[in-house]
Design a protein around this ligand. Structure first.
Ligand code: BES
Ligand code: ZN
Ligand code: ZN
Length: 472
């Protein structure tokens, strides 16, 4: 692990994350040798570097904003560590003044700073710093930092999958990853591949993926705690796993189409959550389902106007082949409901551009009719940094999805409230499950950052799920 805990102060470069409330004369003079720093307000992400006037060592202050707020602190820490990786010497983060929650975020962000994006460069960019030490005397620190480091490791595995180009991460590649990850971490994985999907009635997954030379698959993972009783909570996770989304015959415009390699980010988050559950030996029974397919064109591609049979027995009229995520999820949700009696079902999907237009890049759309579940997810969002915001699920919206010839169609008749109409579509396949929540993560999974030149995976959802499941 790159991030460790120490209770010894060592003479190295020091990063000091501080809230606006921390900026007292005493705090500043202790850490910088100055009582006041005119230009530093400790706003979220604000950097300031100086030489400690007493020790002559470099000090990097990084603002965390106001204490009571819920912006993504780990992102600021990640950036602060990342931009210091080329320093000579060692880095220590001073964290003795921070509470447990901030420490958790700090350790996660610091670990992510070491994420290696340049997998396909002949020569790696030079980094001199090997790891960071977090200084604190908090007795819980080592456990908190260890847990955050573990969550960060699985997040980075998921980020690797999302950042990989689609010529490499074919549906079978993702399935094979899940199998070997299960063996390594301790959960079981079953994969239904190619034409076998039809034999297993997973007709919608097969239809979406059949035009590609890289055949579709259906991944079912299961983590069972050592002791299972009637009280053991059973949680179902479903993640959209489109390895590339061209739009199919309803083809997307080519500008920015390369970003559509991120269309399996929900699936990657579900696989990462299985890894974390197994490693933390959670007391919950967790089933993870990821339908994987490449949505592309070909003589064999499914078409607008086609009617697809689904796992549930219901038929879908395809109006637009670019609304493919809801088709594979229809089978996955129905499979979950029919084969596992779960207390809760959570699905994560990069489902609609409409959700991005509504909420932008800082919160996922949350859809459920269960108010308690919505409140609990909201709280986990604030706690973990992976924020969610609830959007409507009223039945009025359902009428837009009614088809004349089939049980439902995959595109709304009216081009409004696209994220909600997608959620109303999914609801049809949950068999009125009392505790189902859909998270539209299209805006938050793959974003611009201050670290890289173009959009990259964020690992969104993994901390959210970990926090939420731990509360059940
Ligand atoms: N994968 C896209 C959604 C998406 C958009 C993901 C932006 C990440 C960033 C999805 O399959 C899609 O194409 N949705 C269509 C739905 C429409 C045809 C109803 C969209 O949002 O335009
Ligand atoms: Zn699409
Ligand atoms: Zn898609």
């Amino acid at each position: 692990m790159k991030v460790n805990h120490t209770n010894k102060l060592i003479k190295v470069h020091t990063i000091i994350p501080c809230y606006e409330e921390d900026l007292s004369a005493l705090f500043l003079s202790q850490h910088t040798g100055f009582e006041k720093i005119e230009d530093f307000k400790a706003e979220l992400g604000e950097p300031y570097s100086l030489l400690n006037s007493v020790t002559n060592k470099k000090v990097f202050l990084i603002g965390l904003g106001k204490k009571a707020r819920s912006e993504n602190i780990s992102q600021s820490i990640r950036k602060a560590v990342f931009f210091n990786l080329r320093l000579d010497g060692a880095i220590q983060i001073f964290a003795d003044h921070l509470d447990d929650k901030t420490l958790e975020q700090l350790a996660y962000g610091a670990a992510l700073a070491f994420y290696n994006i340049n997998k396909f460069k002949e020569t790696e960019e030079a980094k001199k710093i090997e790891g960071v030490k977090i200084y604190t005397t908090n007795p819980k620190a080592s456990a908190i930092i260890k847990k955050s480091g573990l969550i960060a490791e699985s997040s980075m595995n998921a980020m690797d999958l999302v950042n990989l180009p689609s010529n490499i991460k074919t549906p079978f590649y993702i399935a094979d990853y899940a199998v070997s990850s299960g063996k390594a971490h301790g959960f079981s994985t079953k994969v239904i591949r190619g034409k076998d999907l039809e034999k297993n009635k997973l007709h919608a997954v097969y239809a979406v993926g059949k035009a590609s030379d890289n055949p579709p698959a259906f991944i079912v993972m299961e983590y069972k705690p050592k002791k299972v009783s009637k009280l053991t909570k059973k949680i179902g996770l479903v993640g959209k796993g489109i390895s590339f989304d061209t739009g199919g015959i309803s083809i997307k415009p080519s500008a920015n189409m390369h970003y559509m390699k991120c269309d399996m980010a929900g699936g990657a988050a579900v696989i990462a959550m299985m890894e974390i559950a197994a490693q933390l030996q959670l007391a919950h029974h967790i089933i993870g389902i990821v339908p994987v397919a490449e949505n592309t064109l070909g003589g064999n591609a499914y078409r607008p106007g086609d009617v697809l049979k689904t796992y549930s027995g219901k038929h879908i009229e395809v109006i637009d082949t670019d609304a493919e995520g809801r088709l594979v999820l229809a089978d996955a949700l129905a499979y979950m409901v029919k084969n596992y009696e779960t207390d809760t079902i959570i699905d994560l999907a990069t489902l609609t551009g409409s959700c991005v237009a509504t909420l932008g890049y800082f919160a996922a759309g949350l859809f459920t009719t269960n108010d308690e579940l919505a409140a609990s997810m909201y709280e986990s969002g604030i706690n973990s940094g992976d924020k969610v915001w609830r959007l409507p699920m009223w039945d009025e919206y359902k009428a837009y999805m009614n088809s004349d010839i089939a049980d439902i169609k995959n595109l709304s008749s009216v081009p409004v409230a696209g994220a909600t109409t997608a959620a109303k579509f999914l609801e049809v396949f949950t068999n009125k499950h009392k505790c189902w929540v859909h998270l539209d993560i299209a805006g938050v999974s793959f974003t611009d950052s201050e670290i890289y030149k173009s959009r990259t995976a964020t690992g969104y959802g993994i901390r959210l799920l970990t926090d939420f499941i731990s509360k059940q």
